[in-house]
Design a protein around this ligand. Structure first.
Ligand code: GDP
Length: 363
């Protein structure tokens, strides 16, 4: 599965958000800088309106959404890269995740200590990014001398590593995160270096309740910062999300509408996390169940089939494919077939978001 790590300074609302996301009380929210020491992991259903629509058409008994994993990574602080505040432990936890959800405190509350003394989300974002860059710099500088030695001895692999690592070190020294300095075509090689700043980042602005629908002056500044680095932001009020998460689905919509919101912040965080990870969804759909499956964008049909079962990949013959829009407009599989909207695709087919698939395979 894929996962997103929730990071940020202490007391910005990470645990509150994580709890709301996973509706568990395991990540204890408290006004205390190091309250969540072990990483907490939760699986979350990915909301997708298309599921209900497909299930209705197919008369499915069950709906099974796909899921995403969230990891609550407790309070990074200034100096973490030098081991401050359990720094190394936190950094190791970040190394394990596929993407970073960076929670920024955009609410004033005199009762809740800000570790840096004042509310300034752009400064906080820079503080954390700096720690992550320092940790990456340290890890690359440690690896470089041995590789350089091997490279001199004509080790091709080492030479290629050095040619990737040296420019990354130069970029990090200038304050440029690795994700902005990946040499063309070297995405995979850089990923294997397991750097903290090569992971995609989403900024979540945690605003006070009154600003949940509109954002506030703090979140506006984050928006400007994110626009410069082409990153996405989501504005939420973690406090509201905590309230929403315990409501029944029927009460939820009304509660959100009362606050001027169309969708819960959690749904927006989950959807943005899914996008951040470059994931798309395909469906299997029948009278028994309608189910969503997650693949990375660009995945071919046999590998997409493997998400359901390894045997499906090994014995892959073809997949009957109906685009979501065709499935809906033709009112299901039979209609789509009659209208010529069902395609039989082979092993080179790149599965598209929303495809309704039926795999044919040898056992
Ligand atoms: P973490 O250290 O980043 O995990 O922060 P927590 O989620 O534990 O929150 C720290 C404190 O801030 C707790 O007392 C929360 O109730 C409070 N808090 C979280 N979000 C909000 C918010 O949106 N508004 C206000 N006023 N307090 C919040």
């Amino acid at each position: 599965g894929f996962n997103c790590g929730i990071v940020g300074l202490p007391n910005v609302g990470k645990s509150t958000l994580f709890n709301a996301l996973t509706q568990t009380a395991s990540a204890q929210a408290a006004n205390y800088p190091f309250c969540t020491i072990e990483p907490n992991v939760g699986r979350v259903a990915v909301p997708d309106n298309r599921l209900d629509i497909l299930a209705k058409i197919a008369g499915s008994q069950k709906i099974l959404p796909t899921s995403l994993e969230f990891v609550d990574i407790a309070g990074l602080v200034r100096g973490a890269s030098r081991g401050e505040g359990l720094g190394n432990q936190f950094l190791a936890n970040i190394r394990e995740v596929d993407a970073i959800i960076h929670v920024l405190r955009c609410f004033e509350d005199g009762d809740i200590t800000h570790v840096e003394g004042s509310v300034d989300p752009v400064r906080d974002a820079e503080t954390i990014e700096t720690e992550l860059m320092l940790a990456d710099l340290d890890s690359l500088e440690k690896r470089l001398p041995a590789l350089q030695k091997k490279a001199k001895g004509n080790d091709r692999e080492a030479q290629s590593q050095v040619s990737i690592i040296e420019p990354l070190i130069a970029a990090l020294k200038e304050g440029i995160p690795a994700r902005k300095a990946i040499p063309a075509g070297e995405e995979k090689a850089v990923r294997q270096l397991q750097l903290l700043t090569s992971k995609p980042v989403l900024y979540v602005c945690n605003v006070e309740e009154d600003s949940a629908a509109t954002g506030n002056a703090f979140s506006e500044r984050v928006k400007e910062m994110a626009a410069k680095e082409k990153a996405e932001i989501v504005v939420v009020s973690a406090a509201i999300e905590a309230e929403v998460s315990v409501l029944e689905a029927s009460e939820r919509t009304e509660f959100l509408e009362g606050l001027g919101l169309q969708e819960s912040g959690l749904d927006r965080v989950i959807s943005a996390g899914y996008k951040l990870l470059n994931l798309v969804t395909y469906f299997t759909c029948g009278p028994k169940e309608t189910r969503a499956w997650t693949i990375t964008k660009g995945t071919k049909a046999p590998q997409a089939a493997a998400v359901i079962h390894n045997d499906f990949e090994r014995g892959f013959i073809a997949c009957e494919t109906i685009a979501y829009a065709d499935y809906v407009s033709c009112k299901g599989e039979v209609g789509a077939k009659e209208a010529g909207k069902m395609r039989v695709e082979g092993r080179d087919y790149i599965v598209q978001d929303g495809d309704v698939l039926l795999f044919r395979f040898n056992v």
